[in-house]
Each structure stands twice: as C-alpha cells, then as structure tokens.
Design a protein around this ligand. Structure first.
Ligand code: GLN
Length: 455
C-alpha cells in the first residue's frame, strides 16, 4: 500500500486520484496484516486497489467528480466496496471520472484532483496531452501508470471498456445484475453496472469474482446467483469457438489504425483454433440515439434527489424554496450534466414521451433481440471498443462527436450483456488499441478466457 501511495503522490499531475488519505489506507492495511497473522486473511488479503468516485465509501469522501457532492462523506460503504473489503482489499483512494459518470473523456470532471488547485482532465499516461477516455478515466490512468494494481469502475454505456482501451489495460463489465448497485451513485439505473480494471484478465477475474454477488435485499435488479470464480477457465482451449464479427462494427468511421490492430488480434484467435463468423447487428447505428434518449431520461429522474435539502450543495442566498432548488442546482451541476437533465426531462414530458422515450424503449428491445439472434450463430462477439485511439485533450468540443464515439460499446450496454476490453496492440502515435469481447448473459468466464489467451 505504501509503495502505491508513494507512486500516486509522485504522479499527481496525471489527475487520476481525487482523494488520498494515507492514514485511512494504512489503517486498512494494518488490519489486513493482523488478519493474515491470525490466519484469517481473505483471498485478496492486503491487495491495494482504488475505487471510482461513484462508489460511496466511509473512509474516503465521495463526490462523483461533481461540485454538488464536494466534501460529501457517506455513512456506509457501497456493496461492491464492502465485498472487496471483505475479501481483504485495501483502499488506496478515490479515482476521478466524468461528473456523475457522464462523458467519454474525463474532461467533465468538476472536482480538483489531489495536489491540483482546479478541476483538470485526467491525463493519459501513454501521452499526457491526450485524454484517458471516460467516464472511468481516473481508474484507467491509475492502473496504466502503475498507481494501483487494480481499480473499480462503472459502465453505463462503455465507461469501463473505452478508457481501458484508450489506456492499454484490461477492463470488464459483468452481466447487468451481477454487481450490486447499492451505494453506486446512480446515472441511468437500467444500464449502470460496476466492474473492474487491471493489467491482465487474470487480475480482473480475481477482483471481479469477489466484487460480484447477490444483493437482492438492497438492489431490486440484483441477480440471485451465487458468486462464481470467473477465472476458472482462464487457460481453457478456444479450439472450435465461434467468434462473431459484426459487419457494422467495421464500417465507415472506424480509423484504419484501430481496424488493423483489431484484425491482427482476431487473426491470433484464428491461429488458436477459433472460427471467425461474419454476423450482422443491423440496428447498430440506432444504439447511439436510443442510449442518448434513455440514459438522460433516467438521469433526469435519478439526479432530482440533488435538491440542496438532504445533501449536496445548497446555494447561500435564495428567496424561497423553488429559488433554492434552482440556484443550488444551477451552481453545482456542470454543463454536460445540465444538458442531460434537460434532454431527459424533455423526452419524458407529456406530448414527447411516446415519440421519444417509448420509441427508444422499443428499439432497445430490438437491439437486444438482434444480439440474441447473433448468439445463435456464434459464442462470443468481437470488434473494436472505440473508433479511434485516445485524442488530444480539448480537441473534441462538440458533445455529439463524443456521443458518436460510443457506437461500439452501447449495444452490449442496452442488452445488459457482459463485455470487456483487451489490449490489442497500438495505433497512431503509439497509442494503445482495445479489442472488445461481448458475451451472452453470464458468459464472463468465457470472455476472461479469451482475453487471457491473447495475453
Ligand atoms: N460515454 C458514455 C456517456 O457519456 C458512457 C458513460 C458511462 O458508461 N458511464 O454516457
């Protein structure tokens, strides 16, 4: 723990950590030392990890990188934090992200990282002029720079896979419902899912096996299945496995360097005996509009709790209750969060609900059905994670441009499927490229097996 804390401090300029508290970390580490000495150390006793700042923690502040929650401290730990703690993990600190996990570059973080005076985008350790991806950019940068051996992250529409790809590490989001959402600050509840990032598939399997587990009392969408060892078939043969390659993932918009790296990785699988199958996900181009209607709709509802009354920022001066709501929310939410609250409120409003929200719900179902059809022709689906390698900080000012870059990660999110990113070589400027693997429901162990075989 000391080693990683020292590295985290030395690399403050990356902006990966929002909170570090050496005393809190070392107290947790000492407790693990004692457990080991007493012969009751957990399976991950003493393994230091860091948490994305959307998971509430008792020992560290939790802000979701928003001014709304600046200085907030939770009276309890999120279930996934508690699960990893029970397995023996020691918390190194809290990691930056886009505000309320809304974004794909970490440029929307609105809270200053440790050692920095003002909010800063997290920097990609491979080239500090570039973004690390998002929304879990702090998690990806911390693992890629060796500031933590593993990190938690959350994925609503790609926020584990895309930053993992852009930072050259491994990241997995399990099947929707596998990881408890209790104590995870909600963005879009029907899509939000916790997961992990680490250097290797093996490390991801270790962490994910302990992070997941039923929590039916506290999360109504938790799946009631016993914990699994996701690493049980890491080295299994992939001879004869059918890997579906969706045509629509290789069309216009995919950068040549990413295409080449992904194709090279797929050839490796062929050499290992897998069969590449041409498949179609015909509604791929609808994933972006569907997601950017449904997720803001859910966000507008979820974020209504931040009213300045129970917790969060409250304006200093106001005339009446309504004025207090307006001022508190106007002052504390960032631009992107406000944009999504407004879009979400609009698509849920009377007169537009049928035309936008309901229509998007129907298309979500069709996108999920297309994936099920694909799984009659293949065992796993593979393709790119992001259409390009990491871009320069500040170079994408149009929010629509970043929304479009989510095209390959959104189908699995809308369908609640497990999906991951595996390092697959390098593209332009020597920047890492990620290969995406999508499994059918509860297919995490197979995904990790495939990822491991590439490493
Ligand atoms: N980039 C997507 C968005 O901006 C995904 C975010 C996420 O998965 N949390 O919403």
């Amino acid at each position: 723990a000391r080693h990683f804390l020292q590295r985290a401090r030395a690399q403050q300029g990356l902006g990966a950590f929002l909170a570090i508290d050496e005393d809190a970390t070392l107290a947790q580490a000492r407790a693990q030392d004692e457990a080991i000495a007493a012969g009751r150390g957990g399976p991950l006793a003493g393994v230091p990890i860091a948490h994305k700042d959307v998971f509430v923690t008792q020992d560290f502040p939790t802000t979701a990188a928003s001014q709304m929650l600046a200085g907030y401290r939770s009276p309890f730990d999120a279930t996934i934090v508690a699960n990893l703690g029970d397995a023996g993990c020691v918390t190194l600190g809290k990691l930056s992200c886009d505000e309320f996990a809304m974004g794909g570059s970490n440029e929307n973080a609105a809270v200053a990282a440790v050692g920095l005076d003002a909010p800063q985008p997290v920097r990609n350790p491979w080239d500090t002029a570039r973004v690390p991806g998002g929304s879990s950019g702090g998690s990806a940068a911390a693992v890629a720079a060796g500031l933590a051996p593993g990190a938690t992250a959350s994925d609503t529409g790609g926020s584990i896979r895309q930053p993992a790809a852009l930072c050259g590490i491994t990241g997995i989001k399990p099947t929707y419902g596998r990881a408890s959402r209790y104590g995870m600050i909600a963005y879009a509840s029907s899509l939000d899912q916790a997961g992990v990032m680490a250097r290797t598939a093996e490390d991801c399997a270790l962490l994910l096996s302990h992070l997941c587990g039923p929590d039916v009392e506290r999360d109504s969408t938790s799946v009631d299945r016993p914990p699994e060892d996701f690493g049980r078939q890491l080295s299994a043969s992939i001879e004869g496995l059918r890997i579906g390659i969706p045509r629509e993932f290789f069309g216009e918009g995919l950068a040549d360097d990413v295409r080449a790296a992904v194709q090279a990785a797929l050839q490796e699988y062929e050499k290992l005996g897998a069969k590449l199958v041409d498949i179609s996900l015909p509604r791929t181009d609808l994933a972006v509009p569907v997601y950017y209607i449904l997720s803001p709709a859910e966000a507008s509802s979820n974020l209504s709790r931040f009213d300045g009354v129970r917790y969060g920022h409250r304006a200093a001066h106001y005339t009446d209750l309504l004025d207090m709501y307006k001022k508190s929310r106007s002052e504390a939410f960032g631009e992107e969060v406000k944009r999504r609250i407004m879009i979400g409120t609009y698509v849920l409003s009377e007169g537009y609900y049928d035309a936008y929200y309901l229509q998007a719900q129907r298309l979500r179902r069709m996108i999920a059905d297309d994936l099920q059809t694909a799984f009659t022709q293949c065992d796993v689906i593979a393709g790119p994670v992001s259409p390009s390698v990491a871009w320069a900080i500040g170079s994408k000012s149009d929010p629509l441009a970043t929304y479009l870059a989510d095209i390959y990660t959104l189908p699995a999110s809308l369908a609640g499927l497990p999906a991951m990113s595996v390092p697959a070589g390098f593209g332009e400027g020597g920047m890492p490229v990620g290969l995406q693997l999508i499994g059918n429901h509860f297919g995490e162990a197979r995904l990790l097996n495939l990822a491991h075989r590439l490493q």
